[in-house]
Write a protein that binds this ligand. Structure first.
Ligand SMILES: NC(=O)c1ccc[n+]([C@@H]2O[C@H](COP(=O)([O-])OP(=O)(O)OC[C@H]3O[C@@H](n4cnc5c(N)ncnc54)[C@H](OP(=O)(O)O)[C@@H]3O)[C@@H](O)[C@H]2O)c1
Length: 286
């Protein structure tokens, strides 16, 4: 089957290389620290002498885009398709596309939305951006890792979607940690609270009365945030009580305190009688 070179053998890249091997592809690997390639070579991968492996398709998974520059150095990339699944900023990705083009290659950017155990599993997906025909040409090979979600030609798009998802992921899980810590001060075990947290996570993404991902998306598109059933002002006061409770319990309050400041600013800006969604107006105008 198709040749692919995997560059970067951290937890993600190593699992990607293994997944390509399991799918029957000819896999070449390269990593700055060459010893990390040994388990993959034992499973049938070839070890490349330089990061520009023999295949047209080079899949990169490293800590960030500087690692790609450090790895390729002055090497040419003529005829190569570099699919970089590393974290960066959208601007960095656009600059990287120009850099790869300057060396004769094409950059496809990506943001993979699963941790290592999810790679190659049902439900896994990756946001891709860059030249559509290049993504389509390699989609069959890339599907070994996850579903291919093509988001558009702008190389920054994949990262914008990736970061959008991670903002939700990191902020909700940090709030979950504050919640667990607060209950912990009353002797409540994390696993006792967990089913309620699951209910909240599922509810927010659902279609019911707690389905705020959908409710707010519709409000954002309409630019109208009805507050007749629950006002922002009421929620700013309630959040203030929660921050007070954390402080009383001797816990740190940076993140909930920042939320409180943001809610209070939207309230002070005169939108306290609108719904929670009005906070996005304050986010848009810092
Ligand atoms: N882990 C996850 O759950 C997850 C999920 C989705 C996306 N991601 C993204 O996937 C990417 C890889 O993540 P990871 O968890 O596998 O590990 P990582 O710690 O982000 O990256 C490790 C890899 O980067 C290489 N590297 C770092 N600096 C380098 C440099 N200056 N030059 C060359 N290589 C360099 C390392 O090489 P050495 O081995 O030589 O140090 C190693 O191969 C990241 O961008 C991450 O944000 C991770």
């Amino acid at each position: 089957m198709t040749d692919v070179t995997v560059i970067g053998l951290g937890p993600m890249g190593a699992t990607m290389a293994e997944t390509f091997l399991k799918a029957g592809h000819d896999v070449t690997v390269w990593n700055r620290t060459a010893s990390k390639a040994e388990p993959l070579v034992a499973k049938g991968a070839a070890l490349a002498a330089t990061p520009v492996g023999p295949s047209e398709l080079l899949v990169v998974s490293q800590i960030g885009y500087q690692a790609m520059y450090d790895s390729f150095g002055e090497l040419r990339l003529d005829g190569k398709v570099v699919v970089n699944l590393s974290s960066g900023t959208p601007e960095e990705l656009r600059a990287a596309a120009r850099w790869v083009a300057g060396r004769g290659g094409v950059l496809v950017t990506g943001g993979i939305m699963v941790p290592p155990p999810g790679i190659g599993q049902p439900g896994a997906y990756t946001f891709y951006s860059g030249p559509q025909e290049v993504v389509e040409r390699h989609a069959e090979t890339l599907k070994a890792l996850s579903e291919v979600h093509y988001m558009g030609a702008d190389e920054g798009l994949a990262m914008l979607y990736y970061q959008a998802q991670l903002l939700v992921f990191w902020s909700s899980l940090t709030s979950y940690m504050h919640a667990v810590a607060l209950l912990g001060t009353a002797g409540v075990k994390p696993t006792t609270f967990m089913p309620y947290a699951q209910e909240t996570f599922a509810g927010l993404g659902g279609d019911g009365p707690m389905g705020f991902a959908k409710i707010l998306a519709e409000e954002f598109e309409a630019g109208v945030y009805p507050g007749d059933l629950n006002t922002l002002h009421m929620q700013a006061v309630g959040l203030g009580h929660a921050v007070h409770a954390l402080a009383d319990a001797g816990l740190e309050t940076t993140v909930p305190g920042a939320l409180k400041a943001l809610f209070e600013r939207a309230d002070a800006e005169g939108r306290g009688q609108e719904g929670l969604g009005t906070v996005i107006e304050s986010i848009r105008k810092p």
